[in-house]
Design a protein around this ligand. Structure first.
Ligand SMILES: [Zn+2]
Length: 632
């Protein structure tokens, strides 16, 4: 089962670039190892010609955009005059440039992810990254000039120049950031130092992908290297002895580098803390949350409610132990499937199920979904050189592209439903919003995608033909709630505790991170209540999670699962007016802060209620499973 951490289904191009920078060497390593037969059938390979007819057309456009950059630079100083027409000209130039860059970037990044070995794709990727840097530099003057105008002047311009209206959200965001923006001199110094602060991420990637010599274990008579890529599938192995061997080998080796990896993570967290303080934020977490105006109470409530719900998680572990027929339960027993399902889910069947499951979202949703599914907009099967995982990307008001590694399993079907949740979200927002506010943050993005998974899960469960099939879907739903709600919240709690320690001025090395992580592993998995045994060697798991280098990010998977669970369940119950509220969230794109959008649609993620509803759903799923098990 792919965890959310293997899904790079981020909505914005920049976020894709940031995550790709974090993960690409790993993705390349995996792609070359897991090379499977690629059907040449073009129905399963996307058509990029709507973006650019030929690579030559792409290159011509790239050069045209580069030639445009001096014009953007030449506008420097015009906004500072306080003239509304000048502000409009600059903002329109910026928007137009962004759209063209997005088209160039999507073409290059989609191509590259289908074959990382292709030198031309790599070159196009490097070329466009350079243009992105040049474009950022050419427009770097704009935000400071807007901030220098001040809120009163900008609001007066908004009131008198109606053509500024599409830019209002971005203008107010820029103004809001003013008090966290430093003098031009200091900003330049910080910018110049940024490669140094990014060094920790790069050093970790190098350690994990090339410097650490990963051990091999013998599985079914064959040697198998246990590295950060193969560890994921290997931990699901049905043979307990194999799993134990894999865990011991992997964490044993990782433990050898506890000191270096701990220093790197600690440096990353320290850099964030220092920058937050310099920028007049209370701490690193409030700096991160301020970007999308998410109240700190969301993270704190999430963690408190997950802790209150630990008995539900422990009940699930007990059930898992019983179903696997194990005398006791260890941390290496979490991942194997509870029930086997032989059913195959072809891409066509997965698309059909997604369409049927989302009927409750109404005709407008269906219209967009069908348009997306009938275009040649998916890259479906694994192929040599192809990146791992799945994502959705696209250009404003064009059919989105969905990247998959479809294995004909139920999990693949669920991933297709997930990615088209992102796809239709974009189609709805693009239709309703100008380009300036059509983009959305992860906080609502993952709600649109996980809601589709919840709807699919509920439908297949209701339609299951056999007891075993029903048990499989129930087990799948439980595993999603464990992995997406509890595990991601445990990660968030780890980040909070580590940052709190830094703020108290404590030294944070590998040993301390391991001790911190160990106490959370033990708490979440009920070690003291005799639910699960945690081998101390596994407590270096923090070093395996790349997302800790992107602080206060993963909690959004847990909040999204919570909101999606609410929407999925209530939509199926037919709560009056909820469909329109839900579609309203999707159509709003980035027009309002994402926390407010969800709150106004009925899910206040700073309050305990939605988390309690998720826990109730998890308990109800177990009740159903136990009833079925009693009928054997
Ligand atoms: Zn997603």
């Amino acid at each position: 089962m792919p965890t959310p951490l293997t899904r790079f289904c981020t909505p914005t191009l920049l976020a894709v670039a940031a995550l790709a920078a974090l993960a690409s060497p790993l993705a390349q390593a995996q792609a070359t190892q897991s090379a499977a037969a690629a059907p040449a059938d073009e129905r399963y390979v996307w058509d990029l010609t709507p973006l650019f007819a030929t690579p030559a057309a792409w290159e011509a456009e790239r050069q045209a955009v580069v030639a445009e950059l001096p014009k953007m630079q030449a506008l420097k100083g015009t906004v500072a005059t306080g003239d509304a027409a000048a502000l409009l000209t600059a903002l329109q130039a910026q928007s137009a440039l962004r759209l063209r860059l997005s088209r160039l970037g999507v073409y290059a990044s989609t191509q590259q992810s289908t074959d990382n070995r292709n030198a031309q794709y790599q070159e196009r990727g490097n070329l466009i990254r350079a243009v992105f840097g040049q474009a950022a530099a050419a427009g770097a003057w704009l935000a400071p000039e807007i901030q220098a105008l001040g809120a009163a002047k900008v609001e007066a311009m908004l009131a008198t120049e109606p053509r500024l209206a599409p830019h209002a959200v971005n203008l107010r965001n820029t103004l809001r950031q003013a008090r966290h923006t430093l003098s031009a001199e200091t900003e330049a110094a910080l910018g110049a130092m940024s490669p140094v602060s990014r060094a920790a991420v790069q050093a970790r990637t190098l350690l994990m992908t090339s410097d650490i010599r990963w051990p091999s274990v013998t599985i079914d008579g064959k040697p198998q290297e246990v590295n950060p890529t193969s560890y994921g599938p290997l931990r699901e192995h049905p043979d307990r002895a194999v799993r134990e061997q894999v865990f011991k080998a992997f964490y044993g080796q990782l433990g050898q580098f506890e000191g270096s990896l701990g220093q790197l993570l600690s440096s990353r967290m320290q850099a964030g803390t220092i920058e937050a303080k310099l920028r007049q934020h209370k701490n690193a977490i409030s700096a991160n949350l301020s970007t999308h105006q998410i109240p700190e109470a969301v993270v704190r409530t999430l963690v408190a409610q997950a802790n209150a719900g630990l008995p539900v998680l422990h009940r699930y572990f007990k059930l898992r132990q019983r179903m696997l027929g194990l005398p006791d339960l260890h941390y290496h027993d979490i991942y194997p499937d509870l029930v086997k399902l032989d059913k195959r889910f072809s891409p066509e069947e997965s698309a059909r199920l997604t369409t049927e499951a989302t009927q409750v979202l109404g005709p407008d949703y269906q219209r967009h979904l069908k348009a997306g599914l009938s275009a040649r907009s998916m890259h479906v099967f694994p192929a040599p050189g192809k990146s791992s995982g799945a994502y959705k990307t696209g250009v404003y008001r064009m059919t989105p592209y969905v990247f998959l590694n479809h294995h004909n399993t139920f999990n693949s079907a669920s991933t297709l439903a997930h990615e088209w949740g992102h796809g239709v979200h974009s189609m709805l927002a693009d239709e309703a919003q100008p380009p300036e506010t059509a983009g959305y943050s992860l906080f609502t993005a993952e709600v649109a995608s996980i809601t589709n998974e919840v709807l699919l899960s509920e439908m297949v469960k209701a339609q299951a033909k056999t007891r075993e099939e029903k048990l499989f879907y129930l087990g799948h739903a439980l595993e999603e709630m464990r992995g997406t709600f509890f595990r991601q919240t445990m990660f968030a709690e780890f980040e909070l505790a580590a940052h709190d320690a830094l703020e108290r001025g404590e030294a944070l090395g590998g040993k301390k991170l391991t001790a911190l992580y160990c106490s959370l592993l033990r708490k979440y998995h009920g070690a003291d209540q005799g639910v699960m045994q945690i081998d101390p060697a596994y407590c270096t798991e923090w070093a395996y999670i790349p997302h800790f280098f992107n602080p206060f990010y993963v909690y959004q998977y847990a909040t999204s699962m919570t909101a999606s669970s609410y929407f999925g369940q209530e939509l199926l119950k037919g709560q009056p007016g909820l469909r329109d509220k839900y579609l309203g969230v999707l159509r709003a794109g980035g027009a309002k802060p994402p926390y407010e959008l969800l709150r106004d649609a009925g899910v206040d993620l700073a309050s305990p209620a939605p988390y309690q509803a998720l826990l109730a759903r998890m308990s109800a799923t177990m009740d159903e499973m136990e009833r079925l098990l009693a009928t054997r």
